[in-house]
Design a protein around this ligand. Structure first.
Ligand SMILES: Cc1cc2nc3c(=O)[nH]c(=O)nc-3n(C[C@H](O)[C@H](O)[C@H](O)COP(=O)(O)OP(=O)(O)OC[C@H]3O[C@@H](n4cnc5c(N)ncnc54)[C@H](O)[C@@H]3O)c2cc1C
Length: 421
């Protein structure tokens, strides 16, 4: 199995520990109730994860983490991912919010927020997206004005997971409207019980239900300056760091979602018969399974490679993380679709969980940065790497038979329009 090659013994043990948790501690009823929107946030599940010391695995032990690296967390995320997006996200959120607190928070913030977060005593949410848009991070219009040691916050955020359910939010606010885009934003921690904080609207979602996704409104909310995370106008820098857990947790959990659907399809195709034989005997079926298996392993390998790149501080980490998010979430979507096709009509019903995984998985191509935004980053980084390479590999352009045909190597420039050939 691929993971035997990629994981250490310690990481495999963690994976098995999380697999046992998923198998024994999470009831089918919880999943069904969340999907029926009968539960707005799975708080007890988060508490149980905290009790088992499974939240924020990467963070130092002194704050309640396990001091592990990304590879271990990705292995854990694959196991959690089989539960679907909402429970996967509830597991991932302390890793995302914790990144900001652990790297940029003050001692007090670590004591009062990071520690209880990792115990599952407090629930957090990240509020970046606004009604005006999510992709354009620097366009945030939620204002935070600092005067005499107090921020006054005014604005709205939407599509915030755990808007209903969280005890505190970390909110990207515009603190410097006249500044350059990357010097405009600050990250501010806002407790839910502050006057002027309102959870306005819980969305009716295609999937990922039960995660408390809603709209937040801040009406002149007063927050002490000590709630600032990192420095004033340092939001861009913090977001660059938070991008990593945002995207790697989406990638890691999507591995589990794809795997879960595929395993249902594999078992089904070994039982179901048509034309007098098991459907798995038809290449039209088994080759779909092969396509799904190969996509799953490719996504696993890339996601773990991206995690290792982050752990070792490689310069290509940013590109690899974006690639992992795009490739793994697209793979999950494809694999779930292939699995549904293998199962046929009954796969489209709620007799099997594939339809729920399909509804859940559609989101992961959109959130934590759309896959178009991943493309933006991937190509940008790669152009920079290739064009900035001071010691490039063999220039194979010179190997072409007619490599010297300078007249044919035309790269149109302005002159040609004015001067002609
Ligand atoms: C259920 C759910 C939960 C969510 N949870 C959270 C959360 O907890 N916290 C949070 O802050 N946000 C959350 N989001 C928001 C999510 O991250 C955004 O929806 C996403 O980033 C896209 O932003 P948008 O919807 O405003 O689309 P827009 O930014 O308006 O983009 C619309 C389309 O244009 C494309 N586009 C935009 N700019 C470019 C470009 N430069 N190049 C190419 N294409 C581009 C996008 O890819 C997309 O296809 C959640 C969303 C949902 C639906």
């Amino acid at each position: 199995m691929l993971l035997d090659v990629l994981l250490t013994a310690e990481e495999k043990a963690l994976k098995n520990e999380v697999r046992d948790f998923v198998k024994n501690e999470v009831s089918t009823e919880l999943i069904r109730k969340m999907d029926r929107d009968e539960i707005t946030y799975p708080r007890e599940y988060v508490k149980k994860l905290g009790e088992k010391n499974l939240l924020g695995l990467r963070f130092p032990k002194k704050y309640g983490g396990r001091g592990l690296n990304w590879t271990g967390e990705i292995a854990a995320l694959e196991e959690i991912g089989v539960l679907g997006t909402a429970l996967g996200c509830a597991f991932a959120m302390p890793s995302i919010v914790g990144e900001a607190l652990n790297r940029f928070g003050t001692d007090d913030q670590k004591e009062n927020f990071l520690k209880p977060l990792l115990k599952g005593d407090l629930v957090s949410a990240e509020a970046l997206t606004e009604p005006r848009g999510g992709s354009d991070f620097f366009g945030a219009t939620t204002r935070a004005d600092l005067k005499n040691g107090t921020f006054t916050i005014k604005g709205q955020k939407r599509f915030v997971v755990a808007a209903d359910g969280a005890d505190f939010f970390i909110v990207y606010c515009n603190t410097n409207p006249q500044g350059k885009p990357h010097e405009r934003i600050s990250l501010i921690l806002i407790e839910k019980d502050r006057p002027g904080v309102e959870v306005k609207y819980l969305y009716k979602l295609l999937g990922t239900r039960g995660g408390g996704t809603g709209r937040l409104i801040f009406r002149d909310v007063k927050v002490p300056e000590s709630n600032l995370i990192g420095g004033l106008n340092q939001g861009a820098n913090i977001f660059n760091s938070m991008m990593v857990p945002e995207r790697l947790t989406s990638a890691g959990a999507s591995l589990g979602m794809g795997r879960a659907a595929l395993e249902v399809a594999i078992r089904y195709s070994d039982r179901r018969k048509a034309f007098g034989q098991k459907i798995r005997n038809f290449q039209g079926v088994s080759f779909k399974a092969a396509d799904a298996i190969a996509q799953l392993d490719s996504a696993r390998a890339l996601t773990i490679a991206a995690g290792k790149a982050v752990d070792t501080g490689m310069s290509t980490a940013r590109r690899l993380v974006s690639e992992a998010k795009k490739v793994a979430t697209d793979a999950a979507w494809n694999i779930i679709n292939l699995s549904m096709q293998i199962v046929g009509g009954i796969g489209y019903t709620n007799v099997y969980p594939i339809e729920k995984l399909l509804r859940d998985a559609r989101l992961i191509q959109i959130w934590t940065g759309t896959n178009e935004i991943m493309n933006l980053l991937i190509q940008h980084e790669f152009y920079r790497e290739v064009l900035g390479d001071s010691s490039p590999a063999r220039l194979i352009e010179a190997d072409a038979e007619e490599a010297g045909a300078a007249d044919e190597k035309v790269y149109i420039d302005e002159d040609m329009w004015t001067k002609g050939w």
